[in-house]
Design a protein around this ligand. Structure first.
Ligand code: NAP
Length: 278
């Protein structure tokens, strides 16, 4: 039983995830071990990694060396898009468990949809791993609503969709779909990979509240009921300041100003294998 002292999302199955977590894409080696330990020391209890980030070893080492018991941490990883056959999902998840030095992953996601694989078989493998207590829950990532419909039709109980979400990208179709189905959204690249720091409107709101731009954007994301945000930072100062965004309350005018920046075309991450977005 986890005992979080900060805001979380709890879904009907009883699964609970902190509203603010730490992303680890592009942090490797000792920098990764140290920043994950710093984050946990500051108060973070949700860590996001993936098979393809090649840092599961380091995340696992940080979880072993930190002062917080494993069961207090909500650990997310992702099965890469080439590993989606039933056999490979099971095999590569076992490998992730070894690298992460843990008996279970809290949340395992399908990193990207891939039409070369039978989605039913992928979901079946994840459900089996959950049955064996190797996963607490599973979900998807980079699924637009058309794919959410497909996976929902498979009658498997996935809990979330991790997608790009920040002030420049309107994700209302995905949010509405997830909310309707008692699922949550994990916002990746929540700081638009640094773009928010140059935005005059966000700077204005930040100066009004005497905070920084990251805090404004994270407060805007986390005030949304079904949204979790996972900013990446390898700097203790940034990790701490991002954590403190939880103390910031935006007023209606601030929220409206950020809402108005939203556009369906504001996507930053759009690789060749991406699906047809909403
Ligand atoms: P992001 O979190 O939007 O931005 C990270 C950048 O912002 C880094 O350069 C970081 O630099 C800087 N930063 C963070 N806090 C700051 C602060 N308070 N002040 C100034 N600069 C700050 O981008 P992201 O890494 O793309 O996304 C976050 C996480 O989402 C990833 O790490 C990964 O876990 C996940 N993700 C998932 C997918 C997917 O396909 N599912 C795709 C992309 C990302 P410093 O390190 O110097 O602070």
């Amino acid at each position: 039983m986890k005992n979080y002292d900060h805001k979380t999302i709890k879904i009907n199955s009883g699964f609970e995830i902190p509203k603010l977590g730490m992303g680890t894409w592009q942090i490797k080696g000792s920098e990764c071990v140290n920043s994950v330990k710093e984050a946990i020391d500051i108060g973070y209890r949700a860590i996001d990694t993936a098979q393809v980030y090649e840092n599961e070893e380091e995340v696992g080492q940080a979880l072993k060396e930190c002062s917080v018991p494993r069961e207090e941490i909500c650990l997310t990883s992702k099965v890469w898009r080439d590993n989606l056959s039933k056999k490979e999902v099971i095999k590569t998840t076992e490998e992730s468990l070894k690298r992460l030095k843990t008996d279970y992953i809290d949340l395992m996601l399908i990193h990207w949809p891939n039409d070369d694989y039978d989605l039913s078989a992928t979901m079946e493998a994840l459900a089996e791993l959950k049955e064996e207590n190797k996963l607490k829950e599973f979900g998807v990532s980079n699924f637009p609503t058309s794919y959410l419909e497909k996976v929902q039709n498979k009658q498997t109980n996935f809990v979330c969709d991790q997608v790009e979400y920040h002030p420049y990208l309107d994700q209302s179709p995905v949010i509405n779909w997830l909310t309707k189905h008692d699922k949550f959204l994990i916002a990746y690249s929540p700081l638009a990979r640094g773009k928010v720091f140059k935005d005059e409107k966000i700077k204005k709101i930040a100066s009004k509240h005497q905070v920084d731009c990251a805090q404004v954007v994270l407060a805007w994301l986390c005030r949304q009921d079904s949204v979790v945000a996972i900013p990446k930072s390898s700097s203790r100062e940034h990790l701490k300041s991002n954590w403190e965004s939880q103390n910031l309350v935006l007023d209606d005018e601030d929220v409206q100003m950020i809402d108005d920046l939203q556009s369906p075309n504001g996507r930053l991450i759009d690789p060749e294998w991406a699906p047809q977005w909403d």
